[in-house]
Design a binder for this molecule. Structure first.
Ligand code: FEO
Length: 389
């Protein structure tokens, strides 16, 4: 079994196969991390998604007999962490189940009536040689979210915060490919926590007084080396910091909108701005949002289909609107046959997503002419200048 610290053991489960986590494409699977914390008494912090109960149980039994558990801590009621709670609780009849005040009704709604102790009553648990100290972090990720801190080990069991969806036999951040780790940490923030940046910032402030040497989230890899890097990244992300990058997301029926997207991309990149283009049929919206999070500009192109927006573009706009990327300038463009409509819809939705729109008349019938291609290029170049100005 993998020990994080003396008396703190990982007993979670790796989900190698999951590729869709409530609408977010998880190319590399994930893990549900649970931890046994042992002093004179023993606690289980978090559980796993229901189908992984047996795996977790096997891991727990390698460390302790479950009937000897004194506490089970439910940092978060979402079923990826609480799905095995009732079954492990049956194996541990003497264990007190501790959760946040706001977690109590949620756990009861999911799993029926059970005895639960609020962290208002029990803000910390003295295990004898180890302490579990609880801090509510509402809306990082759900209203009930909380974290557990072990001061003796300077170890934060952070639940969803600081996680990544990575399935791996490695458990620590100095054991994995750094590019993969950071790609997945960024994707995780963009697709899960970005719309909650204000409350995640509150959580970071609530934890500011803690002396933290290791952060063990409930998904993916444990941060034990250079933890300042992930804390700095979260500070940038909650603040909506951007870099000179433009993301162009489009779809196309007969390649007219595609030609426009490519022309705009050439224009933007002529100013030296990093430019990335994604076709919305070929690339999943969650991967595009990851690219958008740190970009300064987002441009969205759609053909008009049946006097309306193209369906993949509509889906992407709904996703972006929900995730509320911060500090973006942007623009819409598109092509149509005999009647338009898509560009106006895209603009409305981008405004609702909080994007500061740059007006343009890039709405062309049938196929862009040479002159219209040039207009796209020049608009792209103008956007590039705005991005770096
Ligand atoms: Fe990983 Fe909000 O659950």
């Amino acid at each position: 079994m993998i020990q994080l610290k003396d008396g703190v053991t990982w007993v979670g489960a790796v989900d190698w196969d999951i590729r869709n986590f409530h609408g977010y494409i998880t190319h590399r699977g994930t893990s549900y991390n649970a931890y046994i914390v042992q002093g004179e008494k023993t606690a289980l912090v978090d559980t796993v998604k229901a189908p992984f109960y047996e795996t977790m149980l096997r891991h727990i039994e390698e460390v302790v007999d479950p009937k000897d558990l004194d506490y089970i801590v439910a940092n978060h009621a979402e079923p990826d962490h609480s799905g095995a709670l009732t079954r492990i609780a049956k194996k541990a009849p003497d264990a007190k189940i501790v959760t946040s005040d706001r977690g109590i009704p949620v756990l009861k709604k999911y799993y029926g009536d059970m005895d639960l102790i609020s962290i208002k009553e029990m803000p910390q648990v003295d295990l004898g040689g180890k302490t579990l100290s609880f801090t509510p972090v509402p809306m990082a990720h759900w209203p009930d979210s909380m974290v557990s801190y072990i001061p003796e080990d300077k170890l934060l069991l952070s639940n969803d915060a600081f996680g990544q969806h990575i399935a791996s036999t490695a458990r620590f951040n100095d054991e994995v490919d750094q590019a993969v780790l950071w790609q997945e940490a960024t994707a995780y923030y963009a697709n899960i926590l970005m719309p909650l940046s204000r409350t995640v910032n509150n959580a970071i402030k609530a934890l500011a007084g803690l002396d933290i040497e290791m952060i063990a989230p409930s998904h993916g890899i444990v941060w034990r080396k250079d933890i300042g890097d992930i804390l700095a990244a979260y500070t940038r992300w909650v603040g909506g910091e951007t870099r000179p990058r433009a993301v162009i997301a489009y779809d196309s029926m007969w390649k007219s909108t595609q030609e426009m997207a490519y022309a705009i991309a050439e224009g933007v990149s002529s100013t030296g701005v990093e430019t990335r283009v994604f076709n919305l049929t070929e690339t999943h919206r969650s991967d595009i949002i990851t690219e958008i999070m740190e970009a300064r500009a987002v441009l969205v192109g759609s053909p008009t289909l049946n006097n309306h927006v193209y369906p993949t573009v509509a889906g992407f706009l709904a996703y972006m609107r929900g995730l509320k990327p911060q500090n973006k300038i942007g623009a819409a463009f598109g092509s149509y046959g005999w009647a338009g409509g898509a560009k106006r819809f895209v603009e409305e939705q981008m405004k609702l997503a909080g994007v500061e729109l740059v007006e343009n008349d890039l709405d062309f019938s049938y196929k862009p002419t040479e002159e219209e291609w040039r207009k796209c290029y020049e608009f792209g170049a103008m956007m590039g200048e705005r991005i770096i100005s």
